[in-house]
Design a protein around this ligand. Sequence first.
Ligand SMILES: [Zn+2]
Length: 837
Amino acid sequence: MKFRSARAGALVPVAIVLTVALASGVAPAAPFGPERPAPAGEILLKLKKLRTLGSVLYVAAHPDDENTAMLSWLARGRLVRAAYLSLTRGDGGQNLIGAERGEEFGVIRTEELLAARRIDGARQYFTRAIDFGYSKSPGETMAIWGHDEVLSDVVRVVRTFRPDVIVTRFPTNGDGGHGQHTASALLAEEAFTAAADPARFPEQITRDGLAPWATRRLFWNVFRVNPDQRDPKLPKLLAVDLGAYNPFLGRSYSEIAAESRSMHKSQGFGSPERRGTLLNYLEPRLGAAASGDLMDGIDTTWNRLPGGAQVIPPLEEAVRRYRPERPAEVIPPLVEALRRVRKLAPSAEVREKEGEILEAIRAAAGLWTEAISAHYAVTPGSEVTVSVVALNRSDAPLTLRRVEASWGAKPAENLGRLESNRPVKAELTVQVPETTDETNPYWLDAAPGRGLFSVADPKMIGRPESRPTATVRFTLEAEGEPLVYEIPVQYRSTDPVMGERYRPLEVVPKVSLHLAGGVAYFADRKPKELLLTLKGGRKGVAGTAGLRVPAGWTVSASQPFSLREEGEEMKLRFTVTPPEGAAAGLLRAEATVEGTTISHDLLRIDYPHLAPIVLTPPAEARLVRQQTTVKARRVGYITGSGDDVPEALRQLGLEVALLSDEDLASGSLGSFDAIVAGVRAYNTRKRLAALQPRLMDYVRNGGTYVVQYNTTQELLPVELGPFPLTLSRDRVTVEEAPVTFLKADPVLSSPNRIGPGDFDGWVQERGLYFPGSWDARYEALLSMADPGEKASEGALLVARYGKGTYVYTGLAFFRQLPAGVPGAYRLLANLVSAGKK
Ligand SMILES: [Zn+2]
């Protein structure tokens, strides 16, 4: 398997890199798009923030763990630099809004965090750690991640962001539940010491230019607590009121927090806005004591930097001079402050403050800059027009000296003075380098390990997302001082319903290759026809395309193709023949165009609350050959919150019909050999409760009904099966946990004899939300347990009801089938065949 190495053509860092998409306003539902100037109240807040140099890093394990009220209060109230370090991207979570799982889901949750940060004003960092699913212990977590690697990443983020204070969401004692939660607190405490020690992770200092950093103190943001009833022997808590109101913004931090938290839509975290006092408590854990305030004894003024004192007077002057109706009057002192900041010794903090001053100037001038591509997607080696606009909406004397693109293009120079409210426009004809990599999240460029993403360029570690595909740099001048704004190239369109929308410019393959399903399962020795879909990334692409198979497998020859239009699709059929015995391997699609080999798919994910996501994963599918008999022929599927189980049923040779509520209400269910309910069907399909009697009739009359896991939340008020059963939160998270067969039952022996080997090679977990108690008329067939825990017997329950069979299973088929786990296919074949002799 070949993956791209480090991204070529990365941008050369410039002296001033703005915090694109992180510093935008607090206006409701801040969508993805160009940086907008702040309104008058917020400009004053920005000016005050320029005088403050403190910083706080909040640390937890997942997107949605963070205390958004704390982050809003820190960034917008205390005016310190605030950041959230989420160790993982939440890849292992459950997706309430779509069918994406694993890495793709991690990209969605990354974007949800970035959307939340656009609202609360904090920055975002990650480590390389993968959210591998629920874990009951920090020991298991560290063993899978690799303790030293993740610690090194936390230390890197501390040395990069240089916080005065670290706050952990979870305690180290395990009360946080999830093993990854406890691990996040343990690692934050270790990093507190390690980041200051030049002997720890020295390559970050010698190779990557970071310096050791001593954080002053570390707190745990304790859960709900009544400080008066706390054990007096425990450390004294520090109280902070996160419900305070900010008159500059017209909102309280808890109101901002609710909006920020509601960005975690994939987790169903729409949150109510709380008003009034909201006390939170901090327990001192490490470092210098604090008597009344978390920043006690920390100089948060410019005086903390050598030579910093001289920056204070012009910044004070800007605050004094500020009048909301004439914000541009603060530009002269801001430019003077900029001049003085640029004379200080460079550091991450100084660079960031320089960016903030530039943003304040942008806001004071009402300055609008945009770089809009004529197409939303380009291919390597192509040419695209980028229209740039600079617009000064004040009478401040600003001159536009130069506009240049990060890719090859003739810069536009000496564009003259920016007259008030008169847009200055230019067009750049940009050459997309032939060596440019296709757009992809940087942490997915190489195949991930079990516990860590592999990132070739260590300087990318910690960053929330890839660098922008292309940028345009505007060089302005005010009072003789250069002002540089570097912004990403975007595409703009108008949706008739949603209005104006922006998306980042994408680089896509000249031809993308898509293999349906991700798994080709061979239940017998018969050859199968596989469909490869080719899609043109630009006009006029021709070449040959074929499949590469592992040794022992054979495939029909490569075929020529020709696509005239951008977006045009073509399907090619290939015949794949499996080896005689059990086998598994990876199949890769390849196209040859103009002498180069292309082997990537193109995947777009678009949700209204997020910036559009583009991935270009390897065009691969898993080949599995495992003798499997299926007696059923026709299966009806009740889709729940979305899963790929129907495709797996088709791979077994079954005819699958997706059943609508209408089909369930009045269709002829008797024509199905089995009906399968998708994951969380009873949580998400409101009409299922009313349709349940028909499903039970179907079983009584001889049908087979297989229900996959539902959660205990928002469960419909209906008995899930013919007899009572109660769901619990029991789960078995260790995917290797031994499985014991409790009873001999046809479901475990016919048509395929299921043995311990069928539970080999499972991924992420055995199962979840197992029933905790059930009527004696159910047979419990399997028992399993996580290490050191009581066995759970609810993973697979079977009941004979009338002439039919009812199955409830919390086994994680929805994870195993797309991963090509043969035992899961064999067991599923038995479940749907239960009614056939
Ligand atoms: Zn969590």
